[in-house]
Design a binder for this molecule. Structure first.
Ligand code: ADP
Ligand code: MG
Length: 253
């Protein structure tokens, strides 16, 4: 990827990784990752299990530290700790395979809590925002229930609403539909599609190739800790260039 120079008129990327390396002991899990994500861009990250997709996502909100290289979000290096780190985690929303809702709080409380604690928003305003977001993801009627009373698809939509309540600049989705029964996958993908259409910057790890084709601006293919290939979904799926990508696609398509 080319470097931004003083004469380059491109807007700054929202997320930028440069020369990022990470090891788990002897395992070189991220190898020289260079990646710039533009504002409003939707990037789908695919690749074999163990290739480093989750680790890459988690470095962007500093759930994982890196050994070398730099990561910036909106032009600023990631803070190491304290209030600044909490703020970064709010700005970089993350939705996991397991929904991670607080089991002993209602759906509404789940979406209110961090707004009050991290953003310092008054409770009444946070509740108003929460109700609007729950409506938007189609679970407004479930606000007073507890997570266990909801289906998996509903819980995952609550998790998305909870992340959105923090007014994130970018949303990371790590296999958000992998734990769902098949009939619930689409209701979650629909919410993600509408977010993408509204201009949210998104990084999505998924095996849902239909979503990648319809919503992604760019597909990144990872293998062994490297970004091996990247292209538009159309070009990537019809004419993958590397043997690794061809082999991967032949197994999943
Ligand atoms: P993916 O999401 O593409 O399946 P991951 O990023 O989860 O891959 O993992 C990449 C590699 O790093 C795997 O070999 C995995 O076993 C290893 N790994 C992930 N997390 C840890 C950890 N906390 N400690 C040690 N090894 C890890
Ligand atoms: Mg993973």
């Amino acid at each position: 990827m080319t470097e931004t120079t003083g004469t380059d008129s491109r807007p700054d990327p929202l997320v930028a990784l440069s020369g990022v390396n990470k090891h788990y002991g002897a395992l070189h899990v991220l190898q020289d990752i260079d990646l710039e994500i533009a504002r409003g861009e939707v990037v789908v990250l695919i690749g074999p299990s163990g290739s480093g997709k989750s680790t890459l996502c988690r470095t962007i909100n500093r759930l994982e530290t890196i050994d070398s290289g730099t990561i910036t979000v909106d032009g600023r290096p990631l803070p190491a700790e304290g209030r600044e780190l909490a703020k970064l985690r709010a700005e970089v929303g993350m939705v996991f395979q397991s929904f991670n809702l607080f089991a002993h709080k209602t759906v509404l409380e789940n979406v209110v809590l961090a707004q009050v604690k991290v953003r310092g928003i008054p409770k009444a305003e946070a509740e108003q925002t929460a109700r609007e977001l729950l409506e938007r993801v189609g679970v407004g009627a479930q606000a007073e229930k507890f997570p266990a009373q909801l289906s998996g698809g509903q819980q995952q939509r609550v998790a998305i609403a909870r992340a959105l309540a923090m007014k994130p600049k970018v949303m990371l989705f790590d296999e958000p539909t992998s734990a769902l029964d098949p009939e619930m996958v689409n209701e979650v993908l629909e919410v993600m599609r509408s977010l993408a259409a509204e201009g949210m910057t998104m990084v999505v790890v998924t095996h849902e190739m239909g979503f990648a084709r319809s919503a992604a601006n760019r597909v990144l293919f990872m293998a062994d800790g490297r970004i091996v290939e990247q292209n538009t979904p159309e070009a990537f799926f019809t004419a993958p260039r590397t043997d690794r990508a061809k082999d991967f696609l032949s197994k999943i398509l």
